[in-house]
Every structure is written in structure tokens, then in C-alpha cells.
Design a protein around this ligand. Structure first.
Ligand SMILES: [Zn+2]
Length: 500
């Protein structure tokens, strides 16, 4: 598909138009079993190995609501400052979809579990209160695999396979109210909202919120109206945007595209659009100009859900510290600037650093290793910090060994590499590789004397006060000790020897 859209440069579009955005986020809950049956939900299992008559929609099977999924959804609703319904129902949403075996999805329609909340999002030092319209519970669909084509899409494929392992996994949909007044910050605001929401969901321990595995998926609504207009423009809905960066790019692209349509006197079509990661563009999907009739009706196979008030209050009392408050507290405890803290968050290192500090490292050391050496290792391996094969406790132990003088930075890096390579914990690596700093003074003194004897010219220069010439002597000692000496101590010893 070629993209032939005309675009207006973003800054120019912002001079004439005001964007309104909205986000619909789907979150797969991390319950052990599915929404309406007892099938296990582990990711990546053999296709169709986690299915039963209920999630395959076989005749005569009956769904039963997963209590934990209700609890998780209430937890999310409370954390988003929503009202929890005293009584609500599931509804059938009727449509055909090959990876949805019942040909209807059990969802919630006009009676969602949680309504009317908000989430504060910090955009460049300004707090934006993003209204939450609703949080409702539904079931996920299965997954189609299109085989034989070049792109993995259905177009050009020879045949398709369906995996129903995901069918029936509890899915929470979080819908914002329209977000107006963000102006040129709209793309960043969209990204920061999803970031804040992801951090909140993670802190609630209701989902692993991995965008790349699809457990957090975003649809982004964007509309544009001339500045000062009384009515909002027609919105488009960009589907399944699968990374934080893409959320921002999708909004920016839609603003640039819609501005060009409006500039040319055209009309923005109400439609779904697909985001393309490779080009950062969107292309038209299904038209939404005629509302689809899903023939919703209350799900007759399920009783209504009426969560007891004391249960809701128990869940509220057990909510963890909200991420924004936690960030502010840690920032104060660690004495960091706002910029340093943002860098930690952006690198996905906040929890790792917090856990490393909890395991005994100083905040400065914990930051240094995670944002320095370990970030470089993760980058080189094309993975995330959290995926590295080293624990915060192990990093804390390395910093302890450095503080105690057992390791210098160079040796510490070798220990980290060995831990990452699966050679065991820091103490084990130090023992098996004999990596400790040589602190035996007599061994060091002998190495210093050998180096002076082998480099008489250099020694003479240093003796005459040319301290900058000391390099070859230092190098010889470090080589003799296989880099395991403390360089500062070696320098002291050489100068002592040559000053007499
Ligand atoms: Zn099942």
C-alpha cells in the first residue's frame, strides 16, 4: 500500500488547528485462568493447548465469571479514581470474527463496572487531568496466523491457522474522555498518558503490561478543529499502536494529515486507520461513518455482578502507593533532580534502581551501574534492562565489593559480564576467576620494583620530577597483576620508590 497523503508540517498545523485526542487501551489481565472458564493463560504455549468447550464456544457450555478478574478490574477502577458500579451486567456484542469461536464477544455495554475517573499526567511540568470515561471487562479473541505470504498479513497468504489459547483471556478496556487543550503537546500527552497508565497497572500487579507481547494495546483517536472553533472535528481511530513511541508518532502523523485535508477544503472521514511502525504513517481502514449494529443485549448465561461494598473498600485499602507519589518520594530520598528521575523512568530503570538500593547499594552507585554499563549491555543485546540476566541484589553485591576495595571498576565490569554470561553470582565469579584486586603489598612492591628495573629511562625521568612520564611504569605493573591492582595505590608506590 502506498501512502500518498499530503502533510502539513506539525508546527504549521498547530498555528491553525487545535487537536483533541482520546485513548482506548486494552489490557490483558494477568489472572491464572481465563475470564469465563478454568483454562490456563500462560503466554507462548503450544497452539490450542489451553482451550475447553467454554472458550471454544461449543454448544451447551456455560461461562462462569472469574472472581479475580473482577477484583483486578475494581483495583484498576479505584486507582483511576472511578466510581465502582453497585450492580452491572455483561453484554453480548455480536459480530463475526474468525478467531472468535462463539461469533459474539462477552463484553460490557451500557453497564460498565467502573465509570467517571481521572488520571493525572505530567506533561513537561504541567499536570493534565485526563478524564476516564469507563473501565470495562471483556474477553480477548484468539489469534490468526496467516501462512505463505510475504508480510504475515492475510493478503497474499495461502492459508490461515487459528490459535484459541488467547480466546477468553480477561481483557480490560480503559477509555478516556476527549482530551482537549493540549495543543502542540498532544502527541507527547498521548504517549505520557499511556506511560503513566502502564506504570500504574504495573504497580497494581494486574498485568505484565508488555506492549510488544500485546498485553497492552492502544487505539488512538485524533481530531482537529480550526482554532477558536466551537465544535470539535471528526475523529479517526488509529488501531493497535504497539509502542509508546508509536502512540506519539500516530497522533503527530494524524494531525499533519488531517490539517492537509482541512486546508484543502476537504472533510476528515470518520474511520479506523492502521499505524505502520516502519514509516510512522497511518492508512485508512474500515469506515465508521455508518455506525455498526452489534445488537448488544444482556448476556443471558451470566448473572449480574454486584460487588459488595465492603469488598470494594477492602480492595481500596490495599491499593499500593501510586507511581507518581512513589517517584516523588524516591526522588527526595535519593536527592535526584527531576531530569535525573525522568532519565531513570525513561530507561525503565526506576524499579531496578529502587530494588538495588533496597538490597544495600547507594542510590548513586545503583544509578551509575544501571544507566551506565548495564544500559550499554542491554542496548548492545537489543533488549530491555529488565531482561538482563542479573538481579538488583547481584548489582548491589558488585557495588559492595567495589566499596570494600575487593574490586576496582574494571574488575567489576568483568564480574558483571560473567554474571550476565551465567557463570553464577558475583561472589562465585570473583572466587572462580580469582578477580579480586591485588592488595598484597609485598606482591605489589615486587611488581613495582620489577617495572622500575625494566624501564630505567622512564624511572629516571620520573625521578627528575616529570610525573607525566609515569605511564609505562603503571602499565607494566597493571600488566604484571593482570589488571587486578588498584591503580591509585600502584601510582603511590612507584612515586614512593622513586622519591628516595
Ligand atoms: Zn477454556
Amino acid at each position: 500500500m502506498t501512502v500518498t497523503d499530503t502533510l502539513v508540517p506539525f508546527a504549521e498545523a498547530m498555528e491553525r488547528y487545535e487537536p483533541v485526542i482520546g485513548l482506548e487501551t486494552h489490557v490483558e489481565l494477568g489472572t491464572r485462568t481465563k475470564m469465563f472458564c478454568g483454562c490456563i493463560t500462560t503466554f507462548g504455549a503450544e497452539p490450542n493447548s489451553q482451550v475447553c468447550p467454554v472458550c471454544l464456544g461449543l454448544p451447551g457450555s456455560l461461562p462462569v465469571v472469574n472472581r479475580t478478574a473482577i477484583e483486578y478490574t475494581i483495583r484498576i477502577g479505584l486507582a483511576l479514581n472511578c466510581t465502582i458500579a453497585e450492580w452491572c451486567r455483561f453484554a453480548r456484542k455480536n459480530y463475526f470474527y474468525p478467531d472468535m469461536p462463539k461469533n459474539f464477544q462477552i463484553s460490557q455495554y451500557d453497564e460498565p463496572l467502573c465509570t467517571d475517573g481521572y488520571l493525572d499526567v505530567d506533561v513537561d511540568g504541567r499536570t493534565i487531568k485526563v478524564g476516564i470515561e469507563r473501565v470495562h471487562l471483556e474477553e480477548d479473541t484468539g489469534k490468526s496466523l496467516h501462512v505463505g505470504g510475504a508480510t504475515g498479513r492475510i493478503h497474499g497468504a495461502e492459508y490461515s491457522l487459528v490459535d484459541y489459547n488467547r480466546a477468553g483471556i480477561p481483557l480490560v478496556e480503559i477509555v478516556t474522555k476527549p482530551i482537549a487543550g493540549t495543543g502542540a503537546d498532544a502527541p507527547a500527552a498521548a504517549r505520557l498518558y499511556v506511560t503513566e497508565l502502564r506504570d500504574l497497572l504495573r504497580s497494581l500487579r494486574v498485568s505484565d503490561v508488555r506492549m510488544e507481547e500485546g498485553s497492552l494495546r492502544c487505539d488512538v483517536n485524533t481530531s482537529l478543529a480550526p482554532r477558536g472553533a466551537r465544535e470539535w472535528g471528526t475523529r479517526t481511530e488509529t488501531k493497535n499502536v504497539n509502542s509508546l513511541r508509536s502512540v506519539e508518532r500516530a497522533v503527530q502523523f494524524e494531525i499533519e494529515r488531517q490539517a492537509a485535508v482541512l486546508d484543502a477544503g476537504g472533510r476528515v472521514k470518520q474511520e479506523t486507520r492502521h499505524f505502520h511502525e516502519d514509516t510512522g504513517t497511518t492508512t485508512a481502514g474500515r469506515s465508521k461513518e455508518e455506525a455498526q449494529d452489534y445488537r448488544y443485549f444482556p448476556e443471558p448465561d451470566l448473572v449480574p455482578v454486584a460487588p459488595p461494598r465492603d469488598w470494594v473498600e477492602q480492595i481500596r485499602a490495599a491499593l499500593p502507593e501510586p507511581p507518581a507519589a512513589r517517584r516523588a518520594r524516591l526522588r527526595a530520598e535519593w536527592g535526584l533532580s527531576e531530569t535525573d528521575m525522568t532519565a531513570l523512568s525513561n530507561a525503565g530503570a526506576l524499579d531496578l534502581v529502587a530494588d538495588t538500593v533496597a538490597a544495600g547499594a547507594s542510590p548513586a552507585d545503583a544509578r551509575k551501574w544501571w544507566l551506565g554499563e548495564l544500559a550499554r549491555r542491554a542496548n548492545a543485546a537489543g533488549t530491555e534492562l529488565t531482561a538482563l540476566a542479573i538481579t538488583p541484589a547481584q548489582v548491589a553485591r558488585v557495588t559492595e565489593l567495589v566499596s570494600a576495595g575487593t574490586l576496582n571498576d574494571k574488575l567489576a565490569r568483568q564480574v558483571i559480564d560473567a554474571v550476565l554470561a551465567g557463570e553464577g553470582g558475583p561472589d562465585e565469579v570473583v572466587a572462580t576467576r580469582r578477580l579480586a584486586v591485588v592488595s598484597d603489598e609485598s606482591a605489589l612492591t615486587k611488581a613495582v620494583d620489577d617495572a622500575i628495573a625494566a624501564n630505567p629511562d622512564v624511572a629516571a625521568k620520573v625521578r627528575d620530577g616529570k610525573l607525566a612520564a609515569i605511564g609505562p611504569l603503571l602499565g607494566a605493573v597493571m600488566k604484571a597483576t593482570r589488571g587486578q591492582a588498584d591503580a591509585a595505590r600502584v601510582r603511590e608506590l612507584i612515586l614512593q620508590r622513586l622519591s628516595g
